[in-house]
Design a binder for this molecule. Structure first.
Ligand SMILES: Cc1cc2nc3c(=O)[nH]c(=O)nc-3n(C[C@H](O)[C@H](O)[C@H](O)COP(=O)(O)OP(=O)(O)OC[C@H]3O[C@@H](n4cnc5c(N)ncnc54)[C@H](O)[C@@H]3O)c2cc1C
Length: 316
């Protein structure tokens, strides 16, 4: 996976278990050889099936037979698309199938799949970490993903802002208030358009400050020790869900404002237009990231920071 020859997925969501992962019912039954047989259905799995890589490593949340109810009974399993031969090469197809691909509003380059495990008896998987500690294990990966998704909010908002500024400087329409009334001017001269652009810029910079600050906290947590390190870690725990949820929320608002700056052209799909014009697709792409709580839901995580603050979060 590190060389990019194999890719990976995270499998949390099920039809009856979205934000509330504790409702998941995928089963993992231990076998004599130390492996487990996995059965169940996972939905919305990003890059769940494709032929871009030789193998796909699915990380799957499932319950062992005696597991307690709720999130305390969830374990994490590694389930490859292809089982390996003695030489370590992908060989026999495992019992996991893509049964459909979602038709999304945006993020079209990412196949979002419904995966069925165990239609022919059970997909072979191996426990990652300890039994019933699956959510902790999954969150190691999800926390990195949540910061990355927050940065995508900033990035798409910045792209939309830059294109809006360029367009506002080129598009000639209307007379300037208090200016020369003879000729039409670029729309960037109009106070309301300037207001929209300034609003977009301020929001983009605020999200960039938050994600950069969070990245610095992560570096500090990794390069300090003892109480100091714990203080930085607490700050990271507090800010990670905020960065994911808030930066993608702001991204949705900023890309929506960009559509307004482009007037009617903002509502037209890109194929017939110059590449410099905005992609209205930025907006649905961000809607997807905002909704893509596969990387940690937005609002359902809102209580996280509250809970964390109510513990002893050392003020810095
Ligand atoms: C593009 C995309 C990619 C995805 N990729 C993956 C993936 O790779 N792996 C994976 O496992 N899943 C993935 N998901 C699924 C994602 O994790 C779920 O959509 C998410 O967990 C929300 O579940 P749900 O859709 O069932 O919504 P629901 O849980 O039904 O929520 C519906 C609404 O209720 C709100 N809500 C629910 N509970 C609460 C609460 N306690 N407090 C406040 N509000 C609440 C939600 O915010 C939402 O607005 C992906 C989704 C999308 C859209």
């Amino acid at each position: 996976m590190i060389t990019g020859e194999w890719s990976g997925t995270m499998n949390l969501t099920e039809p009856q278990a979205g934000s509330d992962v504790g409702l998941s019912s995928t089963r993992a039954v231990p076998q004599d050889d130390g492996s487990y047989l996995i059965t169940g259905t996972k939905i919305f799995i990003s890059f769940g099936e494709h032929d871009l890589t030789d193998n796909i490593i699915h990380l799957v949340l499932a319950r062992t037979p005696e597991a307690p109810a709720g999130t305390r009974g969830i374990s994490l399993f590694l389930v490859p698309k292809f089982l390996l031969d003695d030489a370590g090469n992908p060989a026999e197809r495992n019992d996991v199938k893509c049964v459909s691909i979602e038709h999304k509003m945006g993020i079209h380059a990412s196949p979002t799949c419904v995966l069925s495990y165990g239609d022919e008896g059970g997909a072979v998987g191996w426990l990652v970490g300890e039994e019933n500690q699956g959510l902790n294990a999954m969150f190691t990966m999800m926390n990195a993903a949540r910061l990355a998704v927050g940065v995508q909010g900033t990035a798409l908002a910045e792209a939309a802002y830059q294109k809006a500024v360029d367009y506002a400087g080129e598009r000639i329409q209307g007379r300037e208030i208090g200016g020369d009334t003879k000729g039409a001017v670029a729309i960037i001269k109009h106070p309301d358009v300037r207001r929209m652009l300034l609003d977009m810029r301020a929001r983009v910079e605020a999200t960039r400050n938050l994600t950069t600050h969070l990245a610095a906290c992560i570096d500090m947590a990794g390069s300090t020790e003892g109480e100091d390190a714990r203080g930085w870690e607490e700050r990271v725990e507090l800010l990670t869900p905020v960065a994911k949820a808030w930066c993608t929320d702001v991204g949705v608002e900023v890309t929506s404002t960009a559509v307004q700056v482009f007037g009617g052209m903002g509502y037209i799909e890109g194929v017939r237009r110059r590449p410099a014009l905005p992609r209205p697709a930025h907006h649905p792409d961000l809607r997807g990231h905002q909704r893509d709580p596969g990387h940690g839901p937005g609002r359902p995580q809102a209580p996280d920071p509250g809970r964390r603050r109510s513990r002893t979060c050392s003020p810095r």
